[in-house]
Structure formats: C-alpha cells, structure tokens
Design a protein around this ligand. Structure first.
Ligand SMILES: N[C@@H](CCC(=O)N[C@@H](CS)C(=O)NCC(=O)O)C(=O)O
Length: 205
C-alpha cells in the first residue's frame, strides 16, 4: 500500500479540495498536510512548479490538481471508465481551471484597480464560464456532468461555485451563480448534500 501526503493551504476549498474528498470517499488514508501562507513561502521553491497542491506518493512529488483529482478519483469510483464520459469530465475540470486563473489574476490588486478588474470579470469571463458549465450540466443529463453519477468534475464545480457564493471575493456578487446559471447553483446544493461529500465535511467540524 502506497503512502500519500497531500500538501495544500489550510482552507476547506481550493485546488486540493476535490482530491481530499476523493481520498475520503475511497477510504484511503492520506496525510492531509495543511500549511499556512507563511509556510508556503518557505517551501515554495522546493516544489516542482513553485505551487501547491503537491501529492507525495511514497515520498515522490506529483503536481497538477486536475491530474491528481483524476488519479485519486479513479480509486474512489469518481472518474468515468467510459472514454467519452471521461472526456466530458475532463472538459469540466479544464474549464474550471481556466476560470480559476481569471479570478486569481485579480488577487493582489487593491482599491479601484481591484474593483475594475472584478467588475470586468462579472461582465465578461464569469458569465461566459458559468453559462458554459450550465450547458455542460444539461448535456450530462442535468444532475451530474458526466457518467450519470458523481465524478471529480462535480466536486471541483461544487468547490468553485461555493467559493464564488461565499462572499470572500470583493466586487463579485454572491448571487452571480444563481442568477447567471441557476442549474449550476442547484448542482452546488445537490453535490453539497451528497452523502459522500456531507460525510467528508462532517469530519471537518
Ligand atoms: N496548474 C496547477 C496550478 C497550481 C497553482 O497555481 N496553485 C496555487 C495555489 S491554488 C499556487 O500554489 N500559487 C502559488 C504562487 O503562484 O506563488 C494545478 O492545477 O495544480
């Protein structure tokens, strides 16, 4: 049995969250190494791409959150065996990653500059991605993005839309998902209530 150590920020969200939920669902023990931003600063240059999450498998570092979600997702039964359904799942993972990049680009901005950058997102990339994801959900049958069952694509969408709704991002209205992509908002509520996801969060309280 391999040993797993997942290093990421000490937040219940972000790029590592679907990986954590997938490990939990698979019933696989892993070291959930939660670090502070200061600790990340100290270890940053020791990571392969100066970023987290990093998964150490028997001591060897592997990076790239979507690849890690797929890897652990397969062990958890949260990744489609069918190639077309896997493609659908990957499309969602990739789109969500692109959307993260647009949002993260506004980090570090202050005052008017931040407001303008965020308003531009609200009028531009955010509705484009939210509507697109809503359409992909319809393609999947309305409940899940792929495979007619919970996959890591649902987990990543849940984590990201919950973040958008949480009110932590100044100048991004907390009702944007509900307003622009109602199906995606309902999906967030449904995935949060999934017994596997709810059981994971019960361990966090
Ligand atoms: N493509 C990478 C992106 C990783 C990434 O950008 N991680 C952020 C945290 S969520 C990070 O470590 N940023 C540090 C930095 O940019 O200095 C992945 O999906 O894992």
């Amino acid at each position: 049995m391999s040993s797993y150590k997942l290093t990421y920020f000490d937040i219940d969200g972000g790029r590592a969250e679907p990986i954590r939920i997938a490990f939990y669902t698979a019933g696989i023990d892993f070291e959930d190494n939660r670090i502070s931003f200061a600790e990340f600063g100290e270890m940053r240059s020791g990571t392969r791409f100066n970023s987290v999450p990093v998964l150490e498998i028997d001591g060897a570092q592997v990076t790239q959150s979507n690849a890690l979600s797929r890897y652990v997702g397969k062990m958890a039964g949260l990744y489609p065996a069918d190639d077309l359904q896997a493609l659908y799942c990957d499309e969602v993972l990739g789109a969500l990653e692109d959307l993260s990049h647009y949002i993260v680009r506004t980090f570090g901005l202050q005052g008017k500059e931040l407001q303008q950058a965020r308003e531009k997102l609200v009028d531009g990339w955010l509705p484009i991605y939210l509507r697109g994801l809503d359409e992909l959900l319809v393609r999947g049958g309305g409940e899940y993005f792929a495979d007619n069952q919970l996959t890591v694509a649902d987990l990543k969408a849940f984590v990201q839309t919950r973040w958008l709704c949480a009110g932590n991002l100044d100048h991004i209205p907390t009702d944007i998902v509900q307003r622009v992509a109602p199906g995606l908002f309902e999906h967030q509520v449904r995935i949060g209530a999934d017994p596997r996801v709810a059981a994971y969060y019960a361990t966090r309280t």
